[in-house]
Design a protein around this ligand. Structure first.
Ligand code: ATP
Ligand code: MG
Length: 567
């Protein structure tokens, strides 16, 4: 490719709403341009990178026995009604009507379409397992599209769906996909972790996310320093906590007058005790799928925090909202003095409190707490893991130190079971001739998100630094002064030779100042630049490594040899 003929509109100006380096740099270096909220065009360089990522994804999936298909982006609403998601998917689903008033949706994911493709075509267990995938446009009307390609509304995703005759076979495929996705992200040069994830509202029996470690990530993850335990904060669990005092504090059970002592801090001070021994009550209103709601009071140790997703899952709700003190009082609850034996509401207690008998909690009457409360043999089915894991907690696998870090989700693998096949009547005949719904898995990679993630993890103040498998071109041959015949001729010769070897090379033959061209090289982030300049007279050229910015002087005769090793 000749730079002089390429459409690479680099610019000094960063988009005004850009806060993340990847967003700024991809726009400035001429990879993408925004056309609407969460909608981006890919310019030639952006498209080359997208295709390279796609190629890595496809190669590894095909090697693992998956087959590529392509589904329609505009999907009949009927299919979404069959699975029940037409309404349930909520506002992220863009619904539209054609001229005959038929309903459609823009595909945000494709379980329904894929089940429809397979049902009545795969009829017997002998045709299983089957894994079909596509790499196709998705649309999600995100509430807050931002960070450029990281959270778009229209984006490119690899979405795979596997069909099995048993859960054991699904487990096998799930493990194979964990391995395959790991290969893909490793090839792309990413520093990532596979973490336990929430299976959420879709149900299912297991799910893992692939998180690229990045300061600017939107997800919080917990990792163990001692073993390879890693989990999204939404599901991370911990070892049972160790009490702060060696000896149990003495408590004679009974009500204690605690006038106006309503907060955990005030209570800890009042009793001069660590908040570990206090039971905190967090009241929420849970909203359910069928439109109903109820008040739930969650109990935790005074120094623990309620984890929202865990709290939701404990009661199988869609959403938790705050509740006012007046609403609680109407139910006969006394805010500030709530204990687990409270009436008229649902009670959920954190698992770390199970069997504890040295607690101080609300006495469910104004101005009183109960001291020496015991949970032994009480509330047996009310214990759930609902606390947010913190850096003071220990790993449940190895006792090691847990730490909290930020990640960007690049992939997600999920055991679905018959969540879609059962309602959509997608059946096969098993070995005994009995009709059964397919057991399914679903898998996804954010292909366009990856273009930004690579730069989020690999850039400096000068610009992008592409990794080998993602670089738009591996080498930028910069002709320092294109008016100089010798320089141009030599550069052209090297260029043609490398092209004939199928190397990914661009030649910057533009009639611009050298400083301008080297700045573009640094901003765009090709892994190497070969500078053909004045020293060619002495038979020398310079090779610049974009990552380290180190320069290596080469004899003009050894250029090809030296480049072959690197690109
Ligand atoms: P997130 O929690 O980031 O919204 P998700 O859980 O909704 O992601 P999935 O439904 O599992 O995502 O989709 C599979 C992959 O698609 C994700 O791992 C992510 O890489 C990518 N992805 C999801 N939403 C977007 C988006 N709005 N823009 C770009 N990529 C996305
Ligand atoms: Mg999402």
């Amino acid at each position: 490719m000749r730079f002089s003929k390429c459409f690479i509109p680099t610019t000094k100006e960063a988009p005004s709403d850009a806060v993340l380096p990847s967003h700024k740099l991809l726009v400035q270096a001429g990879f993408i341009s925004q056309v609407g909220s969460g909608i981006y065009n890919f310019l030639p360089l952006g498209k080359i990178v997208l295709e390279k990522i796609r190629k890595v994804v496809k190669e590894e999936l095909d090697k693992a026995g998956c087959q590529e298909v392509q589904l329609g982006f505009v999907t009949p609403g009927e299919l979404w009604k069959e699975s029940g998601r037409f309404v349930k998917y909520g506002k992220e689903l863009l619904r539209l009507k054609d001229r005959k008033d038929n309903e459609f949706v823009l595909s945000p994911t494709a379980e329904e379409m894929m089940v429809d493709m397979v049902r009545n075509r795969v009829k017997s267990y002998k045709q299983l397992p089957l894994h079909l995938y596509q790499i196709n446009t998705k649309f999600r009307d995100e509430a807050r599209p931002r960070f450029g390609l990281l959270r778009g509304r229209e984006f490119l995703m690899e979405d795979g769906y596997s069909f099995h005759d048993s859960f054991e076979d699904l487990d096998r495929e799930f493990n194979l996909m964990e391995e395959t996705y790991s290969k893909i992200f490793t090839r792309l040069g990413l520093d990532f972790r596979v973490v336990d994830a929430d299976s959420g509202a879709i149900g299912g029996t297991g799910s893992k996310e692939f998180m690229v470690l990045a300061q600017n990530g939107e997800d919080d993850i917990i990792i163990c320093d001692g073993c390879d335990y890693a989990a999204n904060i939404e599901v991370a669990s911990r070892a049972k906590r160790v009490p702060p005092y060696e000896e149990k504090p003495e408590m004679t059970p009974g009500d204690f007058y605690t006038p106006d002592v309503k907060t955990i801090e005030a209570l800890a001070e009042f009793f001069m005790i660590e908040p570990y021994y206090l039971m905190k009550a967090v009241a929420k209103k849970a909203l359910f799928e069928d439109g109903s709601s109820k008040v739930v009071i969650y109990f935790l140790r005074g120094d623990d925090q309620l984890e929202e997703t865990k709290a939701l899952n404990a009661v199988d709700a869609l959403e938790l909202i705050d509740i006012s003190e007046d609403e609680l009082k109407e139910l006969g609850v006394t805010p500030g003095f709530i204990g687990p034996e409270v009436k008229n509401v649902e009670v959920i207690i954190d698992i770390d409190l199970k069997d504890d008998d040295t607690l101080i909690c609300g006495a469910n009457k104004e101005d009183y707490h109960f001291v020496g409360y015991s949970l032994k043999d009480k509330f047996q089915d009310r214990f759930y893991d609902i606390a947010e894991v913190s850096e003071n907690d220990k790993c449940k696998e190895c006792g090691g130190k847990l730490s909290r870090t930020k990640g960007i989700e690049v992939g997600h693998i999920f055991k679905l079971g018959d969540r879609y096949s059962a309602p959509m009547q997608a059946h096969f005949l098993d070995q005994n001739g009995k009709a059964k719904p397919f057991i399914m898995g679903t898998y996804g990679i954010g292909v366009s998100r990856l273009e930004a993630v690579i730069i989020e993890q690999s850039h400096d103040e000068k610009g992008c630094i592409w990794t080998k498998e993602s670089a738009p071109f591996m080498l930028d041959i910069i002709v320092s002064n294109p008016k100089n015949e010798d320089e141009l001729k030599f550069a052209d010769k090297i260029y043609n030779e490398l092209i004939s070897m199928n190397k990914e090379v661009i030649i910057d033959d533009r009639k611009e100042r050298f400083g301008f061209k080297i700045k573009d090289f640094e901003l765009i982030g090709f892994p190497y630049a070969l500078i053909v300049g004045k020293s060619l007279k002495e038979g020398k050229v310079e090779l610049v490594d974009r990552k380290t910015l180190e320069k290596l002087v080469l004899d003009k005769d050894e250029v090809i040899e030296k480049l072959k090793e690197r690109i």
